[in-house]
Every structure is written in structure tokens, then in C-alpha cells.
Design a protein around this ligand. Structure first.
Ligand code: NAG
Ligand code: NAG
Length: 559
């Protein structure tokens, strides 16, 4: 198994090494040994990732391993912040117009920005040293959004080209001797370069106008290039590579999941009207899209089709979240575009229809680096993001221009086993401004994300020139408390099971022991109300009794 050399994958490899030394690994997802060690297999490639639902997730909870000190100088945030309960946010540093963030294997954060490509070296406490690795790309213009690491090289995009530089993790000096690997992008400067473990490089081209001619297939596409073997004069976007996806309007950060499948965010359609569906469908009718480009050469519908978020307020014809409809600019009498769009072979629907008018701008998959378990009472076993977020996406919404709300970072809930996004569950809000954005002042505009080696989330906010860090509140006793809770639950389960069996036996013997009332009382006593539960937790009393979930399988993170 190979991964791009980033901090998170380096950690993952370390885990794999440790596991590999001890385990005979087979392809069985239910492998009891693997599960007990806190890892599981996912996907076709049988990638091993930490499994939060196992009895012993791979967690690093020693205090001496945690970054618990504070930076010497506190930087005031530009505005009051709201952070997910049990987590803290602080300003790591300021960078002018920061955009995409990538953390290397030496825990340096590389940020594309209006200052160029900036390297942020951090110590454990969050003290920062910044340096500019690259101020611009010469004749090719400014450093644009896209940056990525692959196989000992750093790839940086300008609006018109992608450049390759030799790079050593932790390098804190000017990049030199760049080589132009890809030219003629004619981009907007918002595109990302993504390279999978096999050296396939993906680069999107926007549709510039919904009414343009799309038959040429030269826009609203993602092209794929082999970056393991780049021709001596580089690639030409117009002539070379293959069109990997059609009908996409990708912008901002793309991402790979644990199976190295490509994901991306589609730019929203400008607002439009469809008279037969109730006129102007903004703001709630039309979804933004998170797409999974699982198979090559598919069409994702742009600009012919749009995705319903919720058309109920507009029309009784609403088909529900994710339904596909024809875009009015492309409709005519000779073809039923709604029907056309509903068919998968013409148009793939998004993996996740996102809230309208959010300006989704970056996504990445958390790979379980330094992950934590715990709940509101125990706090976290580490400062990292939760283990049960492993191989699921975190999204940065920069917000919609002119809109006071919606600038935020969220986690998209996935179902554990099937690795399927759960549309019916609300997104977990991680981070936003506490107050609506005031006209005339800079809004919090999350545009880039990654985690550092301690599983802490790093977020770039372009308009406010801030780089934030989000960490979980750590408690040295969290693991012990969680274990005690789990044991108590298990005991409780067993006790209830016994009671049931006793009762069944009694009934089978035809004895009318009339112990029903007694049993109910007993159950009631055990089923503590939330307030007394809180008290017990605050007293750090480990023996928690909660019968509510006793029928569910117990896992350490099941709180
Ligand atoms: C009708 O619309 C479809 C889909 O947009 C298009 O392919 C077709 O060429 C159009 N036909 C006419 C006669 O305009
Ligand atoms: C994931 O873990 C967190 C605590 O770490 C918990 O609050 C949350 O409910 C869990 N989510 C799922 C889907 O189990």
C-alpha cells in the first residue's frame, strides 16, 4: 500500500508497521485480531485504518505524547469564534490571503496565499516560524490555490500551469529549479492539483459560463495525467492527458479517501428560474455538490442537470434531496431533460448534496492521525479529531458572497461499515464565527484544511488572513473513564440478560412468580436520569449505569 508522503499517512504507515510486526493480516474485514488491535480493512485495496468501533482503537493517550503547552504569544482572533463542544480553537499565525493547506511529514504546514507559498514550522506548543518558499511562478504568474506533495516533490499551481520542485519534508528555504509539468490550464486560480498514490495527477477545468457550448468537452472536465512519467517538455492541458470526468465544475481542494478514490466539490450554479417548478429556486432548491469520481469517463451533469436540495417549498413535484433535474438553460421541446438527468449513465448524482449557498471550497479525509475517543464528560484521550471520523470528509465552506452566515467548517457523517455518506444526519459543526459577518468587515472564510501530526485541524481563512488550529480538550484520565463506562455498560447488559433469562425460565416452568413489578423497579433504578448521570460523571465516578443503549453492541466511543 502506498500513500502520498504526508504527515497523516506517515503516521498511518507507522501504525501499519507496528501492526505488521505483530499480526498475520488477512483480508477478512471482521478479522478479530485486527479489530481488537483497533484497526480495520476498508475498500478494495484492503487499506488498514484505525477502527473506532473496535474494543481497543489505536489511540495515543499518554500526557507526555500530547502537545499540551501554549504558544508564548497569543494572537487575538479577528472575531469571536464558535467551536464544537469539547474542542478549542486558537490562531496559529497570520498569513496574507491564505488558501490551501498541506501538512508535510515533518509537520510543516505549507500554505498557498497572496504572499506566495508559505511554510509554517511549528513546535509542540504552537510557536511558529514562517518563511516564504516561493513568492511567485515567474512569467506564469502568482501562486494559485493548488499545492500538493508527491514522492519527494512539491507541486504548485499558477492560474495557467503546474510546477514541480524537489522538496525535503521540513524544508524551510526557497524552492528552486522548478520544472513546468503542466501548461495551458487557462484556470481561474481556484483549481487544485491532486495526485493519487499511483502517480495519476488530476486537474479540473471550470465551466466559465453555463450557456457556453459544452460539446467540445474542453471545459467542465477533470483531466488525468501520468506524473510518474512526464515528457521532457511537460504536458499541455489542451492536447495531452485523458478526460477523466465530464460535466464537472470542480473548484477548491479535491481529496482522496482511504481507497485513493478522488472526491471534489462542484461550484454552485448561479441562481436561475424554472417556471414549472415554482420560479426562482434559490436559495433552498438547488444543492451544492460533493462528488465521488469513482469510475473514469462518467458525466456529472454540468450544465445540463442540477441537484435538488429541497424543492418542497417551491413545488409539489419535489422528488427529495439528491434528485436530478434538467437545467432550464438547456431544455427544449425535443427532449425530456428531467428524464435524461435522472439516468445514471447520463448523469451521476453527487455523493453528498450539500447545503445551498454555502460556498463549499475545500474537503479532505481525516485518516485517523492521533485520533481521540471520549465524550462530553470524559473529554478526549488525545488532542486529535475523533477516531470515528476516520476516512470521512471534513469540509471548509468559505461562505456565499454577500451572505452573513454559512462561513464554517463541518464534518460529513458517514456510516461506519458501508462507508456511505448519511444524508439524513446533520453535519457536525466544527468551527464558525460566533456572530454573523458584518457588512464591510472581513468574514471568516475557510478555504483550506488539513490535520497536523497530532490530529489537530488546521484551517486557512482567506479574508481574515488567519490560520487557525482546532484541538480536542484532553484529559489524562479519559481512557480510564471510558473503559470504566464501557465495563459498567457491559455488566449492566449481562445483568439484564440474566434477568430476562430467569424470567423466561420461570415462565417456561409455568410458575407464576409474579416478579414483574420487582424487575421493572430494578430497571428504573438503574436507568438514571440525565441530571444524576451528570453528577456521577462530574465526580469522576467510573461506574456509570445506563440501560438505554444496553441492546446495542458496546464500543468505546459509544457514549
Ligand atoms: C435539445 O436539448 C438537448 C439537451 O440540452 C440538446 O442535446 C439538443 O441538441 C437540443 N435540441 C434542439 C433541437 O435544440
Ligand atoms: C463519534 O465520537 C464522538 C465522540 O468522540 C461522539 O460524540 C459521536 O456521537 C460519535 N459518532 C458516531 C457516529 O458514533
Amino acid at each position: 500500500m502506498r500513500y502520498p508522503a504526508t504527515a497523516k499517512t506517515a503516521t498511518l504507515s507507522l501504525i501499519l508497521l507496528l501492526l505488521g510486526g505483530r499480526l498475520q493480516v488477512n483480508a477478512d474485514e471482521e478479522d478479530p485480531v485486527l479489530r481488537a488491535q483497533g484497526a480495520m480493512r476498508v475498500g478494495k485495496d484492503n487499506a488498514i485504518v484505525p477502527d473506532a468501533s473496535s474494543d481497543h482503537p489505536l489511540i495515543v493517550s499518554n500526557p507526555e505524547d500530547q502537545p499540551l503547552c501554549e504558544p508564548n504569544a497569543i494572537i487575538e482572533p479577528s472575531q469571536p469564534l464558535q467551536v464544537m463542544e469539547g474542542y478549542d480553537a486558537f490562531v496559529l499565525t497570520n498569513v496574507q490571503g491564505p488558501r490551501k493547506v498541506v501538512v508535510d511529514a515533518a509537520n510543516h504546514a505549507l500554505v498557498t496565499s497572496s504572499e506566495g507559498l508559505v511554510s509554517i514550522r511549528m513546535d509542540k506548543c504552537g510557536n511558529v516560524e514562517k518563511t516564504t518558499l516561493l513568492s511567485d511562478l515567474g512569467d506564469d504568474g502568482a501562486v494559485a490555490y493548488g499545492v500538493t506533495l508527491y514522492d519527494g516533490n512539491l507541486y504548485v499551481a499558477s492560474p495557467n500551469s503546474v510546477w514541480r520542485f524537489n522538496y525535503v519534508d521540513g524544508q524551510h528555504s526557497l524552492l528552486s529549479d522548478g520544472f513546468q509539468v503542466l501548461r495551458n490550464l487557462h484556470g481561474t486560480g481556484n483549481e487544485d492539483i491532486a495526485i493519487d498514490p499511483f502517480g495519476h495527477a488530476y486537474f479540473p477545468r471550470h465551466a466559465t459560463d453555463v450557456n457556453d457550448d459544452h460539446s467540445s468537452s474542453k471545459q467542465a472536465i477533470i483531466k488525468r495525467f501520468n506524473f510518474r512519467r512526464v515528457p521532457s517538455d511537460g504536458y499541455d492541458f489542451e492536447e495531452d492527458g485523458e478526460t477523466f470526468a465530464h460535466g464537472t465544475n470542480v473548484h477548491g481542494a479535491m481529496a482522496f479517501d482511504a481507497q485513493a478514490r478522488l472526491w471534489g466539490l462542484d461550484s454552485p450554479y448561479p441562481s436561475f428560474e424554472r417556471e414549472d417548478l415554482g420560479g426562482a429556486l434559490a436559495p433552498n432548491g438547488v444543492a451544492e455538490e460533493m462528488n465521488l469520481y469513482e469510475f473514469p469517463y462518467k458525466n456529472y451533469g454540468y450544465p445540463y442537470c442540477f441537484t435538488e436540495y429541497d424543492l418542497q417549498p417551491y413545488t409539489a413535484a419535489s422528488k427529495g434531496k439528491g434528485a436530478q433535474w434538467g437545467h432550464p438553460s438547456q431544455m427544449n421541446d425535443t427532449m425530456d431533460l428531467d428524464d435524461y438527468c435522472s439516468q445514471d449513465e447520463n448523469n451521476r448524482r453527487p455523493a453528498v448534496p450539500l447545503t445551498p449557498n454555502s460556498g463549499a471550497h475545500a474537503m479532505f479525509f481525516f485518516m485517523g492521525t492521533f485520533c481521540s475517543v471520549g465524550d462530553k464528560q470524559t473529554l478526549g484521550t488525545s488532542v486529535g479529531m475523533p477516531c470515528n471520523w476516520t476516512d470521512t470528509p471534513i469540509v471548509a465552506y468559505r461562505g456565499y458572497p454577500g451572505q452573513a452566515e454559512g462561513h464554517r467548517v463541518t464534518h460529513i457523517p458517514f456510516d461506519d461499515l458501508g462507508h456511505v455518506p448519511q444524508w439524513d444526519r446533520p453535519e457536525d459543526l466544527i468551527f464558525k464565527a460566533a456572530n454573523d459577518c458584518q457588512e464591510g468587515s472581513a468574514c471568516l472564510t475557510p478555504t483550506g484544511l488539513d490535520v497536523d501530526e497530532f490530529g489537530r485541524l488546521i484551517i486557512a481563512s482567506e479574508e481574515t488572513n488567519e490560520i487557525f488550529m482546532i484541538k480536542r480538550q484532553y484529559n489524562q484520565n479519559a481512557a480510564k473513564l471510558m473503559t470504566a463506562k464501557m465495563d459498567a455498560k457491559e455488566e449492566m447488559e449481562e445483568r439484564l440478560e440474566e434477568l430476562k433469562e430467569e424470567k423466561l425460565e420461570a415462565q417456561a416452568e409455568g410458575l407464576d412468580v409474579d416478579d414483574d413489578d420487582e424487575e421493572e423497579e430494578e430497571e428504573e433504578e438503574m436507568d438514571l436520569d440525565p441530571e444524576s448521570k451528570q453528577q456521577i460523571d462530574n465526580n469522576d465516578a467510573p461506574a456509570m449505569l445506563d440501560t438505554k443503549k444496553s441492546k446495542n453492541k458496546i464500543s468505546i466511543i459509544d457514549n
